[in-house]
Design a protein around this ligand. Structure first.
Ligand code: UD1
Ligand code: CA
Length: 424
């Protein structure tokens, strides 16, 4: 489907209700901006060359897009005159494009690629020209409402602020995602009007326009209305975090991972975990990670991303890991920081071991390599770059700045003194 689908992601708004210096779509859930979740969902259905409409602090959004979604382009909307106006900014980029344009608000991070695919299939299956994604909510306050006719076709979308008393009672809301047959609907964007209570150029008016122009218009109802959640405030950001987390924890448990206390555990959806691994309470796992089978993680463990942990590994309390590969049957059980490190198998890392991976003067990070079978005594500092050979043994309290050979003892501890009868 990729060739003929392009997504337009709306990410130009300021997000006034966030009360932030940062544009709304760059606020993060699990290390990833709201817009990032939306763009990733598009990529998962095979749409990579997407158009991101940026405006408020657009350079910051563009920087994120360039770095993380290099096949997408950013188009500037200098003044944010509304969602319809935002899409019209993509007209030049879409010149001659004869496919399907999926428009998505950039502030809907809970949308899944599974639903997005069903949505696109629904649109193409019905030979529709315009399809709006909708959801049924008990309390749709603040969202646009879906007005249907007696045959269940969508007549129009009316914003909360423009609703009549009767329209206010409608429970079906507008998610902010649309499938558009571009060639059929592009004329709408030459015809934009802003005669509404907010004096904005609404994208939602496209439904009425499509009906007036005898186009085929449909509404696709989301199965899980949680996915429709649009973030406008910090409170909603926290709610979305919780929903995303719960969803992932449930999925992990369904797949054989034990999560002792789900209410005290946060695991990024970009983290895979193998069966029979146990996650103990108060563990926070951020970013992309891969954890194997039969591991024990936590309590109070913190994984900060880019970690791969093989099977039968123990990561204990107050252990922080970042950009680290840990091979099987290794223990890092207490009070340690291990970053930018390759740890072999059957390694034992004693309590309070720190990899000093960062030089704050040069701002450089350096690698530590710990080979199979090494054993590190408590309270050791490994000053990177440094390598411990196979089965190397490090005495407790050492500060290791030079490589240690296989099967050798590395020790920097000063000898213990004893002064007899000192106390007297
Ligand atoms: C919009 C919909 C509403 C829907 C809701 C779902 C319109 C008119 N209303 O309302 O029907 O129920 O989303 O969450 O479309 N943006 C721009 N440029 C602009 C204005 C907005 O890029 O000029 C972007 C924002 O950054 C945001 C998205 O569009 O990512 C939605 O804008 P927002 O102001 O949050 O729309 P809502 O009022 O929530
Ligand atoms: Ca919104």
């Amino acid at each position: 489907m990729s060739k003929n689908v392009k997504a337009v992601i709306l990410a130009a708004g300021k997000g006034t209700r966030m009360k932030s210096e940062k544009p709304k779509v760059l606020h993060e859930i699990f290390n990833k901006p709201l817009a990032g979740w939306v763009i990733s969902a598009c990529e998962e259905i095979g749409s990579f060359e997407n158009i991101v409409i940026v405006g408020h602090k657009g350079e910051d959004v563009e920087e994120f897009v360039k770095k993380n979604h290099p096949q997408s382009v950013c188009v500037y909307q200098k003044e944010q005159l509304g969602t319809g106006h935002a899409v019209s900014m993509a007209k030049k980029e879409l010149e001659g494009f004869d496919g399907l344009v999926v428009v998505l608000n950039g502030d809907i991070p809970l949308i899944t690629s599974k639903s997005l695919k069903k949505f696109v299939d629904f649109h193409t299956g019905n030979n529709a020209d315009v399809t709006a994604m909708t959801a049924i909510l008990d309390n749709p306050f603040g969202y646009g409402r879906i007005v249907r006719d007696e045959n269940d076709f969508i007549k129009e979308i009316v914003e909360q602020k423009d609703c009549t008393e009767a329209q206010n009672q409608i429970k079906e809301m507008n998610v902010g995602m649309y499938c558009l047959n571009w060639q059929k609907v592009k004329g709408f964007f030459d015809d934009l009007k802003n005669n509404n209570s907010q004096n904005e150029y609404y994208l939602t008016d496209i439904i009425k326009w499509a009906n007036e122009n005898a186009l085929k218009t449909y509404g696709y109802v989301l199965e899980d209305s949680n996915e429709a959640f649009g973030i406008n405030s910090r409170v909603q950001l926290a709610e979305a975090f919780k929903i995303m987390n719960d969803r992932h924890l449930n999925e992990l448990m369904e797949n054989g991972v034990t999560i002792v206390s789900p209410e005290n555990t946060q695991i990024s959806p970009e983290t895979e975990i193998g069966a029979d691994t146990v996650i103990f309470p108060n563990t926070f796992i951020n970013g992309k990670n891969k954890i194997g089978k039969n591991c024990k993680i936590g309590p109070f463990a913190h994984l900060r991303g880019d970690c791969t942990i093989e099977d039968f590994v123990k990561i204990g309390n107050f252990v922080e890991l970042k950009k680290t590969y840990v091979k099987s049957h290794t223990n890092i059980c207490h009070l340690s920081y291990v970053g930018d490190t390759n740890v072999g198998s059957n390694v034992n890392i004693g309590a309070g071991t720190i990899t000093a991976n960062y030089n704050s003067i040069t701002k450089e990070k350096k690698q530590t390599i710990i080979n199979d079978g090494a054993s590190i005594g408590s309270n050791t500092v490994l000053v990177a770059p440094v390598e411990l050979g196979k089965n190397a043994f490090i005495g407790a309290g050492s500060i290791i700045t030079k490589n240690v050979d296989a099967n050798s003892l590395g020790l920097t501890r000063s000898p213990q003194k004893e002064i007899k009868n000192y106390v007297k």
